[in-house]
Design a protein around this ligand. Structure first.
Ligand code: PEP
Ligand code: MG
Length: 364
């Protein structure tokens, strides 16, 4: 197995050439990161003091340890399906409790965002097979767990219980939301868990609840959604795939998968306006957040939290610490007038080079 450090994907049978390219990338990355040790303890802020939170995406306990070492300020996405994928059957509430508690204890008193089970699409559990002609347009994420409330309830109970006495700030996040009714239904189930746990005499806190914006309909309804919850987080991996109708795992159409597509940038900006219009925080936890050049645009748009694979954390921090906010906003304004993704990439990367950040520009 090769884990793609850039995209966070698992590739099962890489070719010899790809394996050697990955070895090179990993070596280059290690050298780069080693050179950035000096900013580990420094805050993630622009030259003129605009602060951005740098959080991490986790799945395994090893990610947690590495993240803390890189100076992560919170967990923006704990992919709870990872332990489910490694198990031979649905983990019980108690087994989940133990897994979640480890993550919460490691990060307390920081914020820890646990996403409810996001199976379906490309992630299917061997003990819960889903056979569909179009899995990415099918039974995925919140759709599965609302149809199986017993899975959702056990998971949410385990999460809330796991934080009892730990003192982390637990945030529960819902994946693949495409309408407000899903949010209302999920919220009811979360409140039910919380009430029942109190009735059982446990000293638990109500978690913050948030929604991932990763389906185009949710972009248009971001304001209606944020009114119902405490935070939003953009899942750019899926949002780009669904906005551009490009399978995120299909090499044949990889060139069409464009983070800088003007429609994507327009949507990302619109989501900021929705969240901040209701004075609620907004993050992004797709791979785009870990791309140093894209992080400059996201900072300029006003994203409060960038959550990424921990290997990208120091590179993103370096980029943000190199620009002042006014300059980042000038770059963004220029980009928002452009109508072609390639032109935008050339321009943003050019600005990065001018700022002396050529080494951390993504080649893909
Ligand atoms: C996303 O879609 O951007 C995301 C963070 O979730 P995942 O990659 O797990 O689908
Ligand atoms: Mg997603």
């Amino acid at each position: 197995l090769v884990v793609d450090g850039y995209r966070g994907e698992v590739i099962t049978s890489p070719s010899k050439a790809l394996r050697s390219r990955y070895r090179e990338i990993i070596k280059e990355q290690e050298q780069l990161i080693a050179g950035l040790e000096g900013i580990k303890e420094e805050p993630c802020e622009t030259l003129d003091g605009h602060r951005v939170q740098l959080w991490v995406n986790t799945g395994l306990m090893s990610d947690v340890m590495q993240s803390l070492d890189q100076g992560a300020e919170g967990i923006g996405l704990f992919r709870t399906e990872v332990p489910f994928l490694l198990s031979e059957r649905f983990p019980s509430e108690q087994e989940q409790y133990a897994i979640y508690r480890e993550q919460l204890e490691a990060f307390a008193p920081k914020k820890v965002t646990m996403r409810t089970l996001d199976i379906g699409g490309d992630k299917s559990l061997p003990y819960f097979p889903i056979e569909e002609a179009n899995p990415f347009l099918g039974w995925r994420g919140i759709r599965v767990t609302l149809d199986h409330p017993e899975i959702f309830l056990a998971q949410v109970r385990a999460m809330i219980r796991a934080n009892e006495g730990v003192g982390a700030f637990l945030r529960i996040m819902l994946p693949m939301v495409s309408s407000v009714s899903e949010v209302d239904e999920a919220k009811k189930l979360i409140s039910k868990c919380y009430r029942e746990l109190l009735e059982e005499g446990r000293k638990v806190d109500m978690p913050a609840v948030g929604v991932m914006i990763e389906v185009p309909s949710a972009v248009y309804q971001a304001r209606d959604i944020i009114k119902r919850v405490d935070f939003l987080s953009v899942g750019s991996n899926d949002l780009i795939q669904y906005m551009l109708a490009v399978d995120r795992n299909n090499a044949q159409v990889a060139e069409l998968y464009q983070e800088y597509h003007p429609a994507v940038l327009g949507a990302l900006k619109q989501i900021v306006e929705a969240a901040h219009g209701e004075n609620k925080p907004l993050g992004i936890c797709g791979e785009m957040a870990g791309n140093p050049s894209a992080a400059i645009l996201l900072t300029a748009m006003g994203y409060d939290v960038l959550s990424m694979n921990s290997t990208n954390l120091l590179m993103v921090k370096l980029a943000i610490r190199t620009f002042d906010l006014a300059k980042a906003k000038r770059i963004l304004n220029k980009v928002l007038k452009m109508d072609d993704a390639k032109e935008i990439k050339l321009y943003v990367d050019g600005q990065m080079r001018k700022a002396g950040l050529g080494k951390i520009i993504r080649t893909n």
